[in-house]
Ligand binder design. Sequence first.
Ligand SMILES: *[C@@H]1O[C@H](CO)[C@@H](O)[C@H](O)[C@H]1NC(C)=O
Ligand SMILES: *[C@@H]1O[C@H](CO)[C@@H](O)[C@H](O)[C@H]1NC(C)=O
Length: 330
Amino acid sequence: MAPPPQSVSLSLRRRKPVMLLSPAELLLMMLLLILVFFNTFGLSQNLIEYLPGFPGKLPFKFETGYIGVGENEEVQLFYYFIESESNPETDPLVLWHTGGPGCSCLFGIRNNIGPLIFDYSNSSASEPTLMLNKYAWTKVVNIIFLDQPVGAGFSYAKTSKAYYSNDTLSATLNYEFLKKWLINHPTYVDNPLYIGGDSYTGIIVPLVVNEVYNGIEAGRKPLLNMKGYILANPLTDQYSDNNGQILYAHRLGLLSDRLYQSAKENCHGNYINVDSKNVLCLSDLEKINQCLAKINFDQILEPQCEPSRKGKQDVLSRQISSYDRENPMD
Ligand SMILES: *[C@@H]1O[C@H](CO)[C@@H](O)[C@H](O)[C@H]1NC(C)=O
Ligand SMILES: *[C@@H]1O[C@H](CO)[C@@H](O)[C@H](O)[C@H]1NC(C)=O
C-alpha cells in the first residue's frame, strides 16, 4: 500500500500535457516561418492572402508582423492580426494572449477562436488542409494574437539578456506592444478594446489591464478605448484554483451532497494541504478521487478517451509542487 500523500492536487480543468506537433502542424509552422523570414528582412508587417492547404484566397484580412519593445527595442514581439469579417471599423478590437507560459498563439488561432482549423478528415501527415472555423470570434471582432512572452512562438530578442522575462515585465512589454501597434494602425484606436487570454495568461491579462488603466489615468497617448477583459479557463491563484475544484465538482453533481459535506467537515475546507494524520479527510479525498477518476477534466461532457491522459487523472497522487513553469500547459 502506498503511503497517503502529504499534499494533494485536484485538477478538474485545463492542464494539458505538452503538445508535440504533428507532421501537419510542423509543416504549417515551417510555412509560416518562411513568411516570418521574409517579414524580418523586409517590412515589419505583411499581408497574407494565401496559405498552403487553404483553397483560394483567404476570406478575411490576415496580417503578421513584428513590433520592437523594451530597452532599445531588443525584444521583437510577433503578432498575427485578423480583421473582423463584419464591420472592422467599428467592431471591438481584442488583444489575445495564449497560455503556457510560452505557447505560440498559433494554438489560439487554429484550436480556439481563430478563423482557420485543420480539416483533419482531408489532411495527410505531409499535407495539412485548412478549413474555416464557423465559430471563429473573428467573424465579429478584430483580434491581435500576440506571441508572448519573448521566446514564445516567433517572438525573439536581439540579445541574450533581453530574453529574460517575468510576469510583470512581460505585461509591461505587452502593453507597450499594444500602444505601438495602435500607433501603427491608427484606424483601430477608437474601437472598443478588450484584452483577453486563456490558461496561464489568467496571471498576465489582469497585469496588462492594470497597465492600460494606469496609462489612461495618466493620459498617455494613444488613449485606449478600454472596455473590458476576458479570462478564459484562467489560472488565477494556485491554491484557490485547485482547492475550488471540489466545490465545483459538487456543484456539477459529480459528488454526492453526503460525500461533499463529509469532506468539507473533515478537511476543514482545505483539500490541498492535508495533514497526513487526518485519516478521515484523506479517506474522503480518496472516495472523491474514485468518483472523478473517469471524468474528462477539460470538458466533463466529453468522454475520457485519450490514452495518454491515463495516470494524469489520479487527482490525489498528483503533487502541485512542480508547477506550470516546469509543466507547460495550454
Ligand atoms: C474534403 O475535400 C473534398 C474535395 O475538396 C470535399 O468535397 C469534401 O467535402 C471535403 N471533406 C470534408 C469533410 O470537408
Ligand atoms: C521582473 O523583471 C524586472 C525587470 O528586470 C525586475 O525589475 C523585477 O524585479 C522582476 N520581478 C521579479 C518578481 O523577479
